[in-house]
Design a binder for this molecule. Structure first.
Ligand code: NAG
Ligand code: NAG
Length: 333
């Protein structure tokens, strides 16, 4: 019962909350195969607005409304700034390696910063942090305006940053003035795109006849959605595993929720339905489970395998790197 109330509250909360966010992720890596050694992305409400990497060496808009917002000079100056970051990340990763007394191997150095804006309270919050090899390294407490070393190896940098009053003031100004101003401007320009709703296409997938049945929704926007299995009008919790909401590379999102039906008689499968709810849309999308509608590798093996083999490693790596921090931050809150 408690669990049920809890889930219900989460659902109400996620539907009502109107927060906007501006996030920047800079990632420097060494010896990660087939991954650029420096990548920078910016996101507004989790929608990518620009891309830069060491191969293109250009900051490029990812949304039509971002093209309109700024002229060539803007993109040129962003390009210069990011070329500078690319150089300093090369140095940063070397410094981190020496502080952790490492000589070579695969390493990832990340910087994440941005701000969030609660549309209802009007409150802004900022954050700024560094990570190394997937763990927190150094965090700016934006309320107190002081750096905190999460790892002892970051002590030296922490002290340097805390003694640099000019830089601290600059950062404070960024998180309380400029970042909120940019975020408001972006949300304003991108309004028709950011406030839209796209409904997903939903399919049933199953690896083999004994594995769980996955209800997979893809192509939805925004990334505030709920999906669950229902039987006789009630949500099924036993044997259900919910996946996370993941980005597609066209600005939409996908998610899936698996159910283990191995102990359910085949004639009862049709009592189960998969329900998808999108924030801002009243009607739910309901798909009743029918055996005939389940896609499996048994019939589509020729099609699925080559695509998965090419796309899966890239997707896994990108999702890992970009979202390690996103999740960490959410967990902290
Ligand atoms: C970008 O980084 C990758 C990975 O280290 C490297 O293979 C590639 O040559 C770099 N590109 C340029 C233009 O330096
Ligand atoms: C389908 O995939 C599962 C899991 O990868 C595997 O065990 C099964 O043998 C596959 N079925 C066919 C017909 O290849």
């Amino acid at each position: 019962m408690l669990k049920c109330i809890f889930l219900l509250l989460i659902r109400i909360y996620s539907a009502a909350a109107v927060t906007h966010s501006l996030k920047y992720f800079y990632t420097g890596s060494s010896q990660v195969k087939k991954f650029p050694e420096f990548v920078a992305v910016g996101l507004v409400d989790d929608v990518q607005i620009f891309h830069y990497d060491n191969n293109t060496q250009r900051c490029e808009p990812k949304q039509d409304w971002m093209k309109k917002i700024s002229d060539d000079d803007y993109w040129q100056s962003e390009t210069y700034i990011l070329q500078g970051y690319q150089q300093s990340f090369k140095t940063n990763i070397e410094i981190a390696k020496s502080r952790f007394t490492q000589t070579g191997g695969v390493h990832v150095f990340q910087q994440m910063y941005g701000c969030e804006w609660d549309d209802e309270t009007g409150e802004f919050t900022g954050y700024y942090q560094y990570g190394y090899d997937g763990e927190d390294l150094l965090i700016l407490d934006t309320k107190e305006n002081t750096w905190i070393a999460v790892k002892q190896q970051a002590e030296i940098t922490k002290n340097k940053r805390n003694n640099d009053k000019f830089r601290l003031e600059w950062d404070k100004n960024y998180f309380y003035q400029r970042c909120p101003a940019w975020l408001k401007k972006y949300v304003d320009y991108g309004r028709s795109s950011l406030m839209r709703t796209d409904l997903p296409s939903v399919s049933f997938l199953q690896k083999s006849s004994s594995s769980p049945v996955s209800c997979h929704a893809t192509g939805f926007y925004p990334n505030r959605a709920e999906m669950f299995w229902r039987k006789d009008g009630e949500e099924v919790l036993d044997g259900v595993v919910k996946g996370e909401i993941l980005p597609n590379n066209d600005g939409t999102f996908q998610m899936s929720v698996d159910i283990d039906l191995s102990s359910v008689a085949p004639e009862d499968w049709s009592k189960y339905e998969c329900v998808f709810q999108l924030s801002g849309v009243k009607e739910e999308i309901v798909h009743r489970l029918e055996k005939i509608r389940i896609w499996s590798n048994e019939s589509n093996i020729m099609m699925i395998i080559p695509v998965a083999a090419v796309v899966a490693p890239i997707v896994v790596l990108c999702v890992l790197i970009v979202f390690i921090y996103y999740q960490k931050k959410n967990r902290k809150r």
